[in-house]
Design a protein around this ligand. Structure first.
Ligand SMILES: [Cu+2]
Length: 132
């Protein structure tokens, strides 16, 4: 898929400190680096409600946890998951948007590994899930 986000997060402050557009970076790349930069500034690693104000959308992450609830009508799988540093999430129980394929792969109580994309409002959308 895409380049790991943390590489960009680490590179962005250095690139900016080295003074703007010395390189022939394309416009989309510059825009993306600016976005990642502002996210790094506001990354709430230890806030009590980190999912509410982390507005970065489309970041990829992976984690593991236990399925606590499956809502087929709403297309959601709730997972009690461990910390996911790649997106700045602590351990928590949350509902992920899930397509039919993901919904059919797991049951309540399963230990799972999963991959996801962040969505608006600090949510996540599963892109892969499998029983451990
Ligand atoms: Cu979470």
């Amino acid at each position: 898929m895409r380049t790991p986000t943390y590489m960009i997060l680490l590179a962005a402050p250095l690139a900016l400190a080295a003074c703007d557009s010395a390189e022939d970076a394309s416009q989309p790349a510059e825009t993306m680096m600016a976005d990642e930069m502002s996210n790094a500034d506001s990354m709430p690693m230890s806030d009590d409600m980190p999912m509410m104000d982390n507005g970065e959308v489309g970041q990829s992450g992976s984690g593991e946890g236990s399925v606590t609830e499956i809502d087929e009508a709403e297309g959601k799988i709730t997972i009690d998951h461990g910390p996911i540093p790649a997106v700045g999430w602590p351990a928590m129980t949350m509902a992920f948007a899930a397509d039919e394929e993901s919904l059919g792969k797991v049951s309540v109580g399963d230990r799972v590994t999963f991959e996801f994309r962040t969505t608006e409002g600090g949510g996540g959308e599963l892109t892969a899930i499998a029983k451990q």
